[in-house]
Design a protein around this ligand. Structure first.
Ligand SMILES: Cc1cc2nc3c(=O)[nH]c(=O)nc-3n(C[C@H](O)[C@H](O)[C@H](O)COP(=O)(O)OP(=O)(O)OC[C@H]3O[C@@H](n4cnc5c(N)ncnc54)[C@H](O)[C@@H]3O)c2cc1C
Ligand SMILES: NC(=O)c1ccc[n+]([C@@H]2O[C@H](COP(=O)([O-])OP(=O)(O)OC[C@H]3O[C@@H](n4cnc5c(N)ncnc54)[C@H](O)[C@@H]3O)[C@@H](O)[C@H]2O)c1
Length: 461
């Protein structure tokens, strides 16, 4: 039975652990799917390539506002698919080739790993054939998560897509229904809506993007209702397919939604339940994650976990951070580093973009935390005014002494603008200092942040 110094389960963020410091180690990486994981193959990267194409389409549609008459002649969906995956697929294939044939100390197992004992694994080859057992001194579980599909769809037999395959559709659907109201639903509604599909969004909650600050949730939902057909509090009760291929969903009020394609975006479940972790002495948390401490260690000596399989955040920048922590701690177990989940920012690459960091106003209110807030409209700073933006805003929340507590943006470049406040919060800078101790380029969009901070009714003023 092969024995390795280190076995990594999952080639997403787990693959980034192996660098030259492991050259003297016997390392194995087990991957049952496409090499490179979710972000590269079916997540962050391809989605943002589609989002960019959709942003271009929206810019064309909005161009006449600025005196530039333009129209979209045609959307070449198949060319978009080929452009995106023609760039991505070779990166995945190259990554596999590199690990498999150019890293002499690394063994790649293309198969599904399950625990059979403490740091002992069975690997079932993806291509079929006899399984293999391996043991290791150390194991890193970096097995990610997978889309969930509600039984009403899964058991119905209707054809459906998830984010794993919807970007490779043969043609742009005329009518697309999306079940879900979170990140993936918001991003794909923008993608398909901008490229020409009639989009219907169906979510069980009373609003879209419900995890955001309440003002973002409310305003984003209103904008989405102007753009798409949106059914709120509408978990589908039945799904069927007619003989002509039309997919029919029934809403709780009895109304029906007809479409040519169905995308399910109802959340992602950590893959720990498919690893037989109990055989190595581990249990899963109630929400299905492999439990780790601040050093990314599991309860079993020599086993670490990172990323979607264990993290409370299903975000690539968090998985990357945790992978660096695991990398250090595997190499230096006696001087471990801790993960920091303070001030984790996130962005939804929809239209308009949404970005946030820190506390939401509803959290502060519920906790009884004293706070002040300022909502600054894009349209009230020079560049936003030039853009004739009528919907975007930055909301900043701070303690009365100026300590920054949270920031929530909706509008152009929100995902980039928010970084200023992420940095300020991480380094403990107060609102007054950030606003006044530096120049703000005029008339650039970051003046939005300057004005939001200056507008906070702080206690000393
Ligand atoms: C559509 C979409 C868009 C996203 N966009 C963003 C974004 O813009 N920004 C952002 O921060 N995050 C985004 N995310 C989230 C981000 O992709 C994930 O948080 C991140 O990729 C998780 O990395 P990971 O290493 O934990 O898991 P993964 O990258 O999923 O890697 C896990 C790997 O393990 C393999 N595996 C699982 N179980 C086994 C097993 N038993 N044996 C062998 N192999 C196994 C899987 O096949 C997979 O390749 C997006 C996700 C999706 C789905
Ligand atoms: N830009 C980004 O960073 C980005 C982009 C995409 C995905 N992600 C990550 O992937 C994760 C998964 O994304 P997601 O959008 O699938 O999950 P999500 O948790 O963000 O949203 C799930 C949505 O589905 C709804 N829902 C659940 N069950 C339902 C049902 N039976 N019927 C109708 N609606 C139902 C929920 O109310 C919620 O609105 C995200 O939480 C995020 O961490 C990040």
């Amino acid at each position: 039975m092969p024995h390795h110094d280190l076995v990594i389960i999952g080639s997403g963020s787990g693959n980034s652990i192996i660098d030259s410091r492991f050259d003297g180690w016997d390392v194995a990486i087990v991957e049952h799917g496409v090499f490179g994981g979710t972000c590269l193959n079916v997540g962050c990267i391809p989605t943002k390539m589609y989002v960019y194409a959709s942003d271009v389409a929206e810019a064309v549609r909005e161009a006449s506002t600025y005196g530039v008459d333009a129209s979209i002649d045609k959307v070449r969906w198949t060319d978009i698919v080929h452009r995106v995956f023609g760039r991505i697929d070779p990166i995945s294939a190259g990554g596999l080739r590199y690990r498999d044939s150019q890293c002499s100390n690394v063994t790649v197992y293309q198969g599904h790993a399950t625990f059979t004992g403490e740091r002992e694994l069975s690997i079932t080859p993806t291509a079929g054939g006899a399984g293999e057992m391996v043991t290791a001194d150390r194991v890193v579980i970096a097995a990610g998560s997978r889309p969930t599909v509600p039984p009403v769809v899964a058991d119905s037999g209707v054809p459906f897509h998830t984010s794993d395959d919807v970007m490779r559709l043969d043609e742009l659907p005329r009518r697309l229904t999306i079940i879900g109201g979170g990140y993936i639903a918001a991003e794909f509604a923008h993608v398909f809506g901008s490229l020409g599909s009639e989009v219907t969004v169906l979510t069980r909650g009373p609003a879209l993007l419900r995890d955001q600050d309440e003002l973002v949730t409310e305003r984003f939902t209103r904008l989405a209702e102007d753009r798409f057909t949106v059914h709120l509090s509408a978990e589908p009760t039945a799904a069927e397919q007619r003989a002509d291929g039309t997919i029919v969903l029934t809403c709780p009020d009895g109304s029906i939604i007809e479409s040519d394609a169905l995308l399910v975006a109802t959340g992602r479940r950590p893959n720990g339940d498919r690893l037989d972790v109990e055989k190595t002495g581990l249990a899963l948390t109630d929400d299905g994650r492999v439990e780790v401490d601040e050093y990314q260690r599991t309860a079993v000596e020599g086993i670490w976990a990172l990323g979607d399989v264990s993290s409370p955040f299903q975000l690539k920048h968090v998985a990357n951070h945790e992978a660096k922590v695991v990398q250090h701690n595997v190499l230096h177990p006696d001087t471990p580093r801790a993960t920091s989940h303070r001030f984790v920012p996130s962005a939804v690459f929809t239209h308009p973009q949404v970005a946030s960091v820190g506390a939401r106003e509803q959290d502060l209110r519920a906790a009884g935390t004293p706070y002040v807030s300022k909502v600054q409209a894009y349209g009230d700073v020079a560049f936003g005014w030039a853009m004739e933006d009528h919907t975007g805003f930055a909301k900043v929340l701070a303690a009365p002494d100026g300590t920054l507590l949270g920031a929530h943006f909706m509008g152009p470049q929100a995902s980039s603008l928010i970084q200023v406040l992420v940095q300020a919060m991480v380094f403990g800078q107060k609102a007054q200092e950030v606003a006044t101790a530096q120049y703000w380029i005029h008339p650039a969009l970051p003046e939005l942040i300057e004005n939001a901070l200056l507008g906070l009714p702080l206690s000393h003023e």
